[in-house]
Design a protein around this ligand. Structure first.
Ligand SMILES: *Cc1c(COP(=O)(O)O)cnc(C)c1O
Length: 359
């Protein structure tokens, strides 16, 4: 039985995508081989790669002066790749600290450049984001890095920070393709695929052309944006199956009406769940209302002694992976693109019934 999987990542994929992958697994495009077994240099796979890039460009409206790179090592490799490519030795980069993922990006960047913290949400216990215009920016910084959606804390920016002429870099791992996006506001966008895009192992990087070609000489080639762009992200063997499934997911997003349709649906899903939480006397979400994530909804029970029972009964009802991140506890429902509204409705019904019995 298929369940509604609320995992934060790797996350639920559209059933249509899984079915198509299954159907063509043994014989991909009449090749007599699976896509797992064909050469990445072959005509058919190169066409797959070109369609993947074209769909991404179309759906996210990526202008022609941005390169689309498909890299390995997840978003975490880019925590190093970004300073290696964008910060010359001795340069300073500004980082906004809004929680767990920001902190990881900061820790890694400190190995390669001077990190200035442009804002730190410690005072809000990472339950809010900085007010527009409040960042303490370094004049001439190499770039400003922020995390539009903190996957663990469930905290999201409702606006794009204005950094003037300094390139803005965004870790969109848990929010890419979840709503319309103005790429031109950013110097670089990166996102691990396993939340909204496809299988783990793939990280997409959208980078403005003028920001590439300046990597430090000691940058590993697979992290060098110029080298990867020059070879259509095939400097080495790419994770071919991840590329294939990501292509199917992008086709699915397009068939659903693109990012505008995704945005409307994601907003409706999040609104319904937050309304149910706020309307109950039993569940609670700690995040400031204007900064609540559409993608990751953490919540706690009035009786934490019932956490285990809640998770066990939810799982038995086909609502899985609702445990909060090990660093924060409680619950977390991740509502990426592939989670249908019916899944959120089923979760709400379950929560209300659980409260009736135990509240
Ligand atoms: C999941 C996630 C990451 C880590 O991605 P990996 O692919 O595991 O490296 C980084 N940043 C954010 C915001 C995430 O949600």
């Amino acid at each position: 039985m298929r369940v509604f999987n609320f995992a934060a990542g790797p996350a639920m994929l559209p059933l249509e995508v899984l079915k198509q992958a299954r159907e063509e697994l043994e014989d991909w495009q009449g090749s007599g081989m699976s896509v797992l077994e064909v050469s990445h240099r072959g005509k058919a796979f190169v066409a797959l790669a070109q369609e993947l890039e074209a769909l991404l460009r179309e759906l996210a409206a990526v202008p022609s002066h941005y390169k689309i790179l498909l890299l390995q090592g997840g978003a975490t490799a880019q925590f190093a790749g970004i300073p290696l490519n964008l910060a010359p030795p001795g340069a300073t980069a500004d980082y906004v600290n809004t929680g767990s993922w920001s902190k990881k990006a900061i820790t890694e960047a400190k190995r390669y450049c001077n990190v200035h913290i442009a804002a730190d949400e410690a005072a809000s216990r990472y339950n809010s984001v900085p007010k527009p215009g409040s960042l303490e920016l370094t004049p001439g910084a190499a770039y400003v890095h922020y995390t539009p959606n903190e996957t663990i804390g469930g905290v999201e920016f409702g606006y794009v920070p204005d950094t003037g002429s300094v390139p803005l870099v965004a870790d969109m791992s848990s929010t890419i393709l979840s709503r319309p996006l103005d790429v031109t506001r950013f110097g670089l966008i990166y996102a691990g695929a396993q939340k909204n895009l496809g299988p783990a192992g793939l990280c997409i990087v959208l980078v403005r052309e003028d920001l590439i070609g300046h990597a430090r000489p000691d940058t590993p080639s697979v992290l060098d944006y110029q080298a990867m762009a020059a070879d259509a992200s095939m400097l080495n063997t790419p994770p071919t199956f991840s590329w294939y499934v990501a292509g199917l997911v992008l086709r699915w997003v397009k068939s659903q009406g693109g990012l505008a349709a995704m945005g409307a649906r994601n907003r409706a899903k999040a609104d319904a769940l937050y309304q149910a939480i706020d309307g109950s006397g039993f569940y609670r979400n700690p995040v400031e209302k204007s900064c609540r994530s559409w993608m990751n909804v953490p919540f706690t029970l009035a009786r934490p002694d019932l956490d285990k029972q809640f998770l066990a009964e939810a799982s038995a009802a086909g609502l899985t992976n609702l445990a909060g991140h090990r660093s924060v506890g409680g619950m977390r429902a991740s509502l990426y693109n592939a989670m249908p509204l019916a899944g959120v409705r089923a979760l709400i019904d379950f929560m209300q019934e659980f409260e009736r019995r135990n509240g």
